[in-house]
Design a binder for this molecule. Structure first.
Ligand SMILES: [Mg+2]
Length: 409
């Protein structure tokens, strides 16, 4: 079988409300590039990637000359063809490789009539548990769904528990001063004391603020503290002073960093991202290394529509152990581009797709609708805040750069 065409389509799909984070804002919608890989046997595979609010269409089109004639079954060769570690010094294609790998696995599964998890060792479970992903949110265009105060956050948690059944909660922080966020995080921990928790300020705290936050929340039922500060050395300094486990999706995202973290530990739990690591297969290899050294693993979310969510489900299916609920932004989305609409949660879990390939099919009416919306609205800089135009953060952040929780934005 040979690849004959790479067809990328950029879409933008609305979120319930703009999501705030330490570096900026998801401006009320996600921009994602859906990539279809066509073959000479009439089978088409599908992949997906983000791009910080921008289209990746051009980058995929430029890869086409490398990929025409490639056998989609040769996924190891694919990595060396387009993303070897030294060529990447000039042209980092890790995320593009991931999206093409997803499509190739989809093609293989469809060709053989088996789900992707079957190609990767077989599933260890039928469903995967998710954590709620709590964001501070700006109100949407109707003035709804704001999350800024303690009351708003607590009612948001209750709404998500009622709607989806989550029992683990991740608060994305780094927007307001850590003392304010710590107070709100503890309020959730107190109200839902039999649930589990994790806080992730995207690396923006100082070592001292991280240690303070960890000590003040020690009494809670925490899974881990995620990326409180920046860098392997910063995380190591925090880890030396606290009792909670530390997790990362920023400083261990490749095998060199994983090796360094084993030789000189900074982090206890590695959050595997099917995109950041360059595909599902790379994540499975990394998980094997983590298991060997007794590092924890979980699955990270870099923002996803149904295609990428399927890759996270297949990864979650084959990992030998799943000590932590996995992350997804998915419940913030108002719609999807897959047939049948958004995948459904039950008791905080989503069933692993059983159809051949990734088990999701593109709904071409939806794809066209959201491609047209992208053409109308364009991209957005995900590392800027539309309501604070001249603002940008530093690491660690300084007092004049935190948002003010008393202010109406
Ligand atoms: Mg994170």
């Amino acid at each position: 079988m040979r690849i004959t065409r790479i067809k990328p389509t950029t879409v933008t799909v609305p979120l319930e409300a703009p999501l705030r984070h330490s570096n900026g804002v998801h401006w009320g919608r996600f921009v994602r590039t859906i990539v279809e890989v066509e073959t000479d046997e009439g089978i088409t595979g599908v992949g997906e990637m983000g791009g910080g609010g921008e289209s990746a269409e051009l980058a995929f089109k430029q890869l086409e000359s490398y990929l025409i004639g490639h056998d989609p079954f040769n996924t190891e060769e694919l990595k060396w063809k387009i993303s070897n570690p030294t060529a990447s010094l000039y042209n980092n294609r890790t995320q593009l490789l991931a999206a093409i790998e997803f499509a190739c696995l989809d093609i293989m599964g469809k060709n053989l009539g088996v789900p992707v998890y079957q190609l990767l060792g077989g599933k260890m479970r039928d469903e995967v548990e998710f954590a709620s992903y709590l964001f501070f949110r700006y109100p949407n265009e109707n003035g709804e769904h704001e999350v800024q105060t303690k009351e708003q956050l607590l009612s948001h948690v209750q709404e998500l528990k009622d709607k989806y059944g989550f029992r683990s909660h991740k608060l994305k922080g780094g927007v307001f001063h850590p003392d304010y966020e710590c107070e709100l995080f503890q309020a959730i921990g107190e109200k839902y004391s039999s649930d589990q928790f994790r806080y992730d300020p995207n690396c923006i705290l100082s070592v001292e603020q991280s240690v303070k936050f960890a000590k003040e929340t020690e009494w809670m039922n925490n899974d881990y503290l995620e990326d409180p500060t920046w860098g392997l050395n910063g995380m190591r300094r925090v880890r030396e002073k606290i009792s909670q486990s530390l997790a990362t999706n920023t400083v261990v995202v490749n095998f060199e960093q994983l090796a360094e973290n084993i030789k000189n530990p900074s982090v206890d739990v590695i959050l595997l991202d099917t995109t950041f690591w360059g595909g599902i297969r790379q994540c499975i290899k990394a998980a094997d290394v983590c298991n060997t050294f007794q590092l924890g693993t979980a699955v990270h979310s870099s923002g996803e529509l149904g295609v990428q969510l399927a890759t996270m489900l297949h990864l979650g299916a084959v990992l030998p152990s799943m000590p932590f609920a996995i992350d997804a932004h998915y419940h913030h989305l108002k719609d999807d581009v897959i047939k049948g609409g958004k995948m459904r949660y039950q008791d905080g879990k989503i069933k692993i797709p059983d159809k051949p390939g990734l088990g999701v099919e593109i709904d071409y009416d939806k794809l066209q609708e959201y491609a047209e919306l992208y053409n109308e609205l364009g991209g957005y800089p995900y590392d800027r805040d539309p309501k604070r135009p001249n603002w940008f953060p530093v690491l660690p952040n300084t007092n004049d750069k935190w948002a003010d929780p008393r202010k109406a934005y």
